[in-house]
Write a protein that binds this ligand. Structure first.
Ligand SMILES: COc1ccc2c(c1)c(CC(=O)NCCNS(=O)(=O)c1cccc3c(N(C)C)cccc13)c(C)n2C(=O)c1ccc(Cl)cc1
Ligand code: HEM
Length: 577
């Protein structure tokens, strides 16, 4: 048996088979650990580890009411705040392998892991092929039937809202933003991607130059728009021939030419596309005032850089700030990294893609200015945004609760996606949930009850997996107990946050050579980037009184959601199995 199947190497040591069958070594080179399994820290590492607070306690400090006075001081004293932000950026980035060691099409280190952009990178190598069980050595000979898993733990009976009060405006922001760098070519192979490897605003401008040219007016740097119902909107698909995915039967006045073939899927995506295109054109007008001599191409390219900068600013200071709910202000300040060891390169990791499958955030119907629209009447109906107007649409999405990213909360239309995701993880032979926890300095769970924080689902999970070390990554994410009424469990945060921070701060525009006024058309353009907010993005591009624009619904009741502990879980009757 391949001894690497039991993952004997600790602390990021690489398991390497020896010549004799059954022999192996752990490669601990360049690690702060040594020993047969890289288990022994060097002296100074031991000291540092002794002082290092656990992720649980870091989180506890960051959200504790009675430390608010401390964070207020940190937020207001520049050198303290810069230090804290630098700690966030560096501590998140150092957890990751940059450049990545693995790519999805090889089980071992390759140079193409860095250079091949048509496949995702991967964070942990796959479970070796010749192992006793699908998860290595732990658990049963076969993994649980995926349909049984979905039915037992994930089907939504009753919508449960996010206890942090997230709005559906946040949900659509997440989907619109992430579809810029998560574009899996399922037909090619499970690890193939047709996206770039970072924040490249292709979700606004199209995924290649051909589509980009179809979206451009070639006048004053602007994108082509049309006026409908007294507002500016993208062109119809019939007028700008970008490839769009629509099912048959969608009326012509609901088929628009957008930056991503799937963005016709939901009106919320169409709303963001519309607002971002308006913002690009607004910025081009400002650039033309500053540089009357600039041609269309220079106005367009600089407008695109400013829009990219605004995207990162809003993602960090509005979106992540909301998700984290820390008392310390998470800020976008590339300059705090200047002079520190930081690599401005990034590759999208396939595990990050799975972590970002936040389908439980989707409700089953939408309240648009008092009209309740069922999901099946909402999907592919971009015309609803034209009919109700962007102000009413934004206001309604800001007032509607997003779902809890937890068990028993996948709406009917997303169940097949959940099923695909679990199967996709099996195709890629993802290691177990606990192995990923260990990789991100989190203590593996020693029991099913510790994982779920209750007993009934834990018992059913035990019956299906046999060993807590055999629970699959995405299944574990969704079933994991939550921190005090949080949207996510600790694993999705401490695993996803490094990919998120790295993906944002390693963007070329954050490097010292880019991060200056001349890149963005001068001080005025640079200021647009440095002062961008979600509120201004919408209010600068919606005529008349600005609607409510918020990632958190107004006056929500803190913690009004059933946690797993008091959820009345009933396993499906045995005979159905
Ligand atoms: C809680 O809910 C959340 C939820 C989502 C979150 C975050 C927090 C965070 C912040 C973070 O990274 N949370 C880790 C510990 N905190 S920390 O930043 O590492 C840190 C470490 C050390 C010292 C710190 C410090 N000091 C020095 C005072 C202040 C503030 C933070 C400090 C990021 C980026 N998210 C994402 O974008 C994200 C996007 C997609 C996925 Cl799927 C998952 C996450
Ligand atoms: C009604 C709402 C939604 C529907 C119907 C939907 C449907 C889908 C479908 C059909 C896929 C293709 C993968 C597959 O077939 O398994 C997919 C992928 C994905 N979805 Fe959703 N989705 C919805 C909402 C969301 C939201 C709110 C997020 C939030 C982040 C999200 C994140 C993702 C991600 C990251 C992928 C992977 C994309 C890729 O790798 O190409 N989805 N979704």
């Amino acid at each position: 048996v391949n001894p690497c199947c039991s993952f004997p190497c600790q602390n990021r040591g690489v398991c390497f088979n020896g010549k004799e069958p059954g022999s192996y070594t752990c490669d601990c080179a360049n690690l702060p650990f040594y020993g047969k399994h890289c288990e022994t820290p060097y002296f100074w590492t031991r000291i540092a580890l002794w002082f290092k607070p656990s992720p649980e306690s870091v989180h506890g400090l960051l959200v504790s009411e009675n430390l608010k006075w401390l964070w207020d001081i940190v937020n207001s004293v520049k050198f303290l705040h810069d230090w804290a932000i630098r700690r966030v950026y560096l501590s998140r980035a150092e957890i990751l392998d940059t450049p990545p060691l693995y790519e999805t099409i090889h089980d071992y280190t390759t140079i193409t892991a860095t250079t091949n952009h048509s496949v995702y990178a991967r964070c942990l190598p796959p479970v070796p092929l010749d192992c006793p069980t699908p998860m290595g050595v732990k658990g049963k000979k076969t993994l649980p039937d995926v349909d049984l898993l979905v039915k037992t733990f994930f089907v939504r009976e009753k919508f449960r809202p996010d206890p942090q009060g997230s709005s559906v405006l946040m949900t659509f922001f997440a989907q619109h933003f992430t579809h810029m760098f998560f574009k899996t070519s399922y037909r090619a192979n499970p690890g193939a991607t047709w996206s770039g490897h970072g924040v490249d605003v292709t979700s606004i401008y199209g995924s290649n130059v051909t589509d980009e040219h179809l979206l451009r007016s070639f006048k004053d740097g602007k994108l082509k728009m049309q006026v409908l119902n007294n507002e500016e909107f993208p062109m119809y698909a019939r007028d700008a021939r970008v490839f769009m995915m629509y099912p048959p039967g969608i009326p012509e006045d609901s088929r628009f030419a957008l930056g991503h073939p799937f963005f016709g899927l939901l009106p919320g995506l169409f709303l963001y596309q519309t607002i971002w295109m308006r913002e690009h054109n607004r910025v081009c007008d400002i650039l033309r005032e500053e540089h009357p001599d600039w041609d269309d191409e220079r106005l367009f390219q600089t407008g695109k850089l400013i829009t990219l900068g605004e995207t990162i600013k809003i993602v960090v200071e509005d979106y992540v700030q909301h998700l984290a709910s820390y008392y310390v202000n998470v800020a976008f300040k590339p300059e705090v990294l200047f002079g520190y060891p930081f690599q401005y390169s990034n590759k999208i990791v396939v595990e990050f893609n799975h972590l970002y499958h936040w389908h439980p955030l989707m409700p089953d119907s939408f309240n648009i200015s008092g009209n309740i629209v069922k999901m099946k009447d909402y999907m592919f109906r971009s015309d609803l945004v034209v009919k109700h107007g962007t102000a009413a649409m934004t206001d309604s999405l800001s007032r509607q609760r997003a779902g809890h990213m937890s068990h028993h909360n996948h709406g009917a239309v997303t169940l097949h996606v959940l099923r695909d995701t679990i199967l996709h993880g099996r195709d890629l032979r993802f290691q177990s949930f606990n192995n990923y926890r260990a990789r991100f300095n989190l203590k593996p769970y020693s029991s099913f009850e510790e994982l779920t924080g209750e007993t009934k689902m834990a018992a059913e999970l035990e019956r299906l997996y046999g060993d807590v070390d055999a629970v699959e990554m995405y299944v574990g994410m969704l079933l994991e107990k939550r921190r005090k009424r949080a949207l996510f469990g600790s694993t999705i945060v401490d695993m996803g946050a490094p990919f998120s921070v790295k993906g944002l701060l390693a963007n070329p525009i954050c490097s010292p050579v880019y991060w200056k006024p001349s890149t963005f058309g001068g001080e005025r353009g640079f200021d647009i980037v440095r002062t961008a907010t979600l509120q201004k993005l919408f209010c600068n591009n919606i005529k008349g009184k600005c609607p409510l624009v918020s990632f958190r619904v107004p006056e929500f009741v803190e913690g009004d959601v059933e946690e797993a502990t008091n959820f009345n879980f009933r396993p499906p009757p045995r005979d159905e199995l």
